[in-house]
Design a protein. Structure first.
Lengths: 262, 277
């Protein structure tokens, strides 16, 4: 968009300041994580990796990382399975018929997680799912469905419905059509949805604060305690690892999107 | 209709999970708010009589509006520059907006605490440079909460506004320039009015996210600046007053749905939430 009209100096100034405000504070985590001191500070005399070594020597941190990873994998699988089928159903059915379902699938993005967490605390008490791996996995899966529905719907929007009709017309069953015609075409969209559902579970804290206590102790829960109790450079090292991990996942998503576009 | 049966069956797993594991717990919250400690609207009475609840609601609204206002201003300038940039530059700008969006909210809150606390890097820097004698109170108060919340919300403000700005026909701007309008006039009379739907959408999105926000206000408010979500957590986990917690949770949901309903004429909700991915 140009045509003799571009952004002026004033708006460019604010835009630059805003981007720096968005990005710079996060980068502070790197030098702090490499400090040679015992407290949160910039490195004084030398760079040190000892706070990273602390994480890998600590059974508590490793257990939390392992548990978060397991939860994220299980809840992502559930969310991807349910969300993908739902998006395909909504796509094929008339807009009016499936409108209610579409709105329903967006609710977890609209309703604050604190409200859901309060309800879960009571509901899971009845179902005996409090402080259980399965309970957290289910809660994260349900709230991860919207991300999958959104990305898969976007992928389906670019899919020619005549391919599906042709397959059915030549006698393919619904299952065969899904397996051989639809799913291969939208696989990159599903992968994107899976990545976002994974990040959602991996980062989720509010529900975990309500429905877990000792048996399930995730990485965000451990970080939350760390921030509220003892602010030490180990936290910065964990934060740095998380940033690198998230950047890796986003890079993967970008690579998949480029592949889809090609 | 029979032919469609198989397609309807595809909706079933998600629909069941959603109703049994999502809708049911939330309906239960609404139910608790009128049944505990006893049946009736007693909990809602406190909205009129209890100064503590009123203060929390006012704080939540004040911080929510302030956050929305600042995020819209910063986000508008950013979206404006991105929309008018060349495609190659757009990609870099967008990276700067989207990266923070996906970085863990805990990591971001931690970074802000590191920077803003009394012995934090900002205070150290300012003291070392001689600008201030004593550390400034930058965090564990309302200032810190707003800084952290705006930081979280700016990307959500940028995306809907950028989407709406990208739909503006650039020939209109060129035509206005060609007809002799100054840059300021082109912006004020052509660009700004055409981008307003995006501004409203962004405002709604940021405001409803702000109302129910928990983690950032809880960490950066340090227990002194209480917003709705943290107050609900206190009622239920610490004071075990289910009725009161559920009441404010219901009010929160009602406020969010009411905001969406009011603006649904102007804003395409599905697009608004789809814009995120």
């Amino acid at each position: 968009m140009t045509g003799g009209y571009g952004a002026g100096r004033f708006s460019r100034g604010i835009a630059w300041a805003t981007v720096l405000y968005l990005v710079l504070p996060i980068t502070i985590v790197l030098p702090v994580s490499l400090t040679d001191q015992r407290f949160l500070s910039l490195p004084q005399e030398a760079l040190s990796l000892r706070h990273y070594a602390n994480i890998f020597a600590s059974p508590a941190w490793l257990a939390a990382i392992g548990q978060s990873f397991g939860l994220a994998v299980v809840s992502t699988l559930l969310a991807v399975a349910a969300g993908t089928l739902c998006a395909i159903g909504c796509w094929r059915l008339s807009r009016r018929a499936s409108d209610l379902v579409r709105v329903l699938m967006l609710l977890p993005l609209i309703i604050p997680s604190i409200v859901y967490a309060v309800g879960l605390y009571r509901w899971f008490g009845k179902l005996d799912l409090l402080d259980r791996f399965l309970g957290v996995a289910l809660a994260h899966a349900v709230t991860g469905i919207p991300y999958v529905v959104i990305t898969v719907s976007a992928a389906l929007a670019a899919f020619d419905p005549r391919l599906e009709q042709a397959a059915r017309g030549m006698g393919a069953s619904l299952g065969q059509t899904l397996r051989w015609v639809i799913l291969p075409r939208i696989a990159p969209g599903i992968a994107s949805g899976a990545i976002f559902a994974f990040i959602h579970s991996w980062d989720e804290l509010v529900m975990v604060l309500f429905i877990t206590s000792r048996q399930v102790f995730t990485l965000p829960r451990k970080m939350w305690d760390g921030i509220n109790e003892n602010l030490d450079p180990t936290m910065a090292a964990v934060a740095m690892l998380l940033v690198v991990f998230t950047l890796g996942l986003l890079w993967l998503d970008g690579a998949l999107r480029r592949k889809r576009a090609a | 209709m029979r032919r469609d049966l198989g397609w309807w069956a595809l909706l079933l797993p998600a629909f069941l999970m959603m109703t049994v594991l999502y809708i049911a717990p939330i309906v239960q919250v609404l139910a608790i708010s009128v049944t505990e400690p006893q049946l009736g609207l007693g909990n809602y009475d406190r909205l009129l009589t209890n100064a503590g609840v009123q203060r929390v609601i006012l704080t939540t609204l004040r911080i929510g509006l302030l956050t929305t206002g600042i995020a819209l201003l910063l986000g508008y300038a950013l979206a404006y520059v991105i929309a008018l940039a060349r495609p190659a530059a757009q990609r870099w700008w967008l990276l700067g907006v989207l990266l923070p969006l996906w970085i863990s909210v805990l990591v971001r809150a931690f970074a802000w605490v590191t920077l803003l606390r009394r012995q934090g890097l900002v205070n150290q820097g300012l003291q070392a440079s001689g600008l201030i004698d004593a550390p400034l109170p930058l965090v564990w108060n309302e200032f810190g909460v707003v800084v952290g919340m705006v930081h979280y919300m700016v990307p959500y403000a940028v995306l809907p506004m950028l989407a709406s700005m990208r739909e503006i026909d650039s020939r209109l701007l060129a035509a206005a320039r060609g007809l002799g309008a100054s840059r300021g006039t082109v912006f004020g009379r052509v660009f700004l009015p055409l981008s307003l739907p995006g501004v409203v959408a962004a405002g709604v999105l940021v405001f409803i996210f702000s109302l129910g926000f928990y983690i950032t206000p809880a960490i950066l408010g340090g227990g002194k600046t209480l917003m709705a979500a943290e107050w609900i957590k206190l009622q239920i986990l610490d004071l075990v007053r289910w009725g009161m917690g559920a009441m404010l949770a219901t009010v929160l949901v009602a406020a969010i749905l009411a905001t969406l309903a009011v603006f649904s004429r102007v804003v395409d909700l599905r697009r608004l939430f789809g814009a995120r991915a």
